[in-house]
Design a protein around this ligand. Structure first.
Ligand code: FES
Length: 382
């Protein structure tokens, strides 16, 4: 099933890879593994974003070491073949030795560049796709793009990878969890009173948005915020003092879940992007991104950091609680006695409050569409 998912879901969908602010200058690049493919994304001298398979056309070595940086060209470490930022093969040591090959025409450098990967960005969010036949990024995102425009499309927004962690669970635990509003005030006590649900909306292609309130005064009054916040109400109030671009108190927070597995979570002055790298049926690497505004001073950065850490620090907060749930669910669903999950909350609807299971239903409907399973398991198999 995992291999089929790679082939039928990840290789045929657009996959989020980074925010444009992570490669702002000509020559900036970052490597990534997407759908099991090692790629490099870079900005060429004209400012255009390119993506290539990170594979040398000589004998297949990985050209760009894993990580991020700035380069004028990419040189493979093995025999020093060098490619420019548009993937063209620039130089080959000892190239004259190839004169006896290729029907005496020499090495066809113009046919031996890095192999391009389809890449596009919307509201400064960069996506890649390995299938040249599926519709473009605008079709894939549909209406959800309007939600992501704020704050991600703002030229002042900057995003960075904060950390990376390996989860001992299948990649589907994260999209199930991030579409499950039921658990939010139960597993995460700190969300009670602080982050009341507002309507969710399903959009095309398995995407969804859940709008949220954000009210720390109510959390302080009902004593549901974490102890360190209760002890430091000034800091807690500062979380609502530095909105990300375009974010207002009328619409202070949202969660966007894109099919199959990327997550964009905005909480007034801070944000989280999760990008998953499925490794195997029970192992997934998750990249966590944070964000701020270009030119934030140290004091504002400290507030954004503190706000981010309330939810997504390694030690405690929502992430630690969700992480425990991912891995507990993985251990549990592996048992032979567990044949089906129960996804039955709320009437099927495209809108509602977050206690409904409709965002999870929408994920599984899209999963089945891609995997070629038209229905749930037959009744006699229950
Ligand atoms: Fe890259 Fe030989 S494999 S130069």
């Amino acid at each position: 099933v995992f291999d089929q998912e790679m082939e039928r879901i990840f290789l045929t969908n657009w996959n989020f890879v980074c925010h444009e602010s992570e490669i702002p200058e000509a020559g900036d690049y970052r490597t990534a593994t997407v759908a099991g493919q090692a790629i490099v994304v870079c900005r060429n001298p004209d400012g255009r974003i390119n993506a290539f398979y990170n594979t040398c056309r000589h004998r297949g070595a990985q050209v760009v070491p894993e990580g991020a940086g700035n380069a004028r060209a990419f040189t493979c470490m093995y025999h020093l073949w060098t490619y420019d930022l548009d993937g063209r093969l620039l130089s080959v040591p000892g190239e004259e030795a190839y004169q006896t090959s290729y029907a005496e025409g020499g090495l066809a450098k113009c046919d031996t560049g890095l192999v391009p990967v389809r890449v596009d960005s919307m509201h400064r969010l960069v996506f890649v796709c390995f299938d040249h036949d599926v519709p473009g990024l605008a079709d894939y995102l549909g209406d959800i793009a309007d939600v992501l425009a704020v704050p991600f499309g703002d030229p002042e927004l900057k995003v960075w990878v904060d950390r990376e962690k390996t989860m001992r669970a299948n990649w589907k635990m994260q999209p199930e969890n991030s579409r499950d509003g039921y658990h939010a005030p139960l597993l995460h006590r700190r969300l009670r009173h602080v982050s009341p649900p507002r309507p969710y909306r399903l959009t095309g292609n398995g995407h969804a948005v859940q709008v949220l309130g954000l009210d720390y005064e109510d959390g302080l009054k009902h004593n549901t915020v974490d102890k360190e916040l209760a002890d430091n109400p000034e800091l807690t109030r500062a979380f609502m003092s530095h909105p990300l671009p375009g974010i207002s108190r009328d619409a202070p927070a949202y969660v966007v879940t894109l099919f199959p597995d990327s997550l964009f979570l905005v909480r007034y002055s801070t944000l989280l992007i999760e990008r998953q790298i499925p490794i195997g049926p029970d192992e997934t690497v998750i990249e966590f991104r944070a964000g701020g505004i270009e030119g934030d001073d140290a004091a504002v950065s400290a507030v954004r950091d503190a706000h981010w850490n309330v939810y997504w620090s390694d030690g405690e907060g929502n992430l630690a609680e969700d992480w425990a749930a991912y891995e507990a669910q993985q251990r549990g669903v592996g048992n032979a006695g567990m044949r089906y999950s129960l996804l039955a909350r709320g009437e099927p609807a495209t809108e509602g409050l977050r206690g409904d299971d409709n965002r999870i239903r929408s994920f599984w409907q899209e999963w089945r569409r891609h995997m070629g399973c038209d229905t749930n398991a037959p009744p006699d198999d229950r």
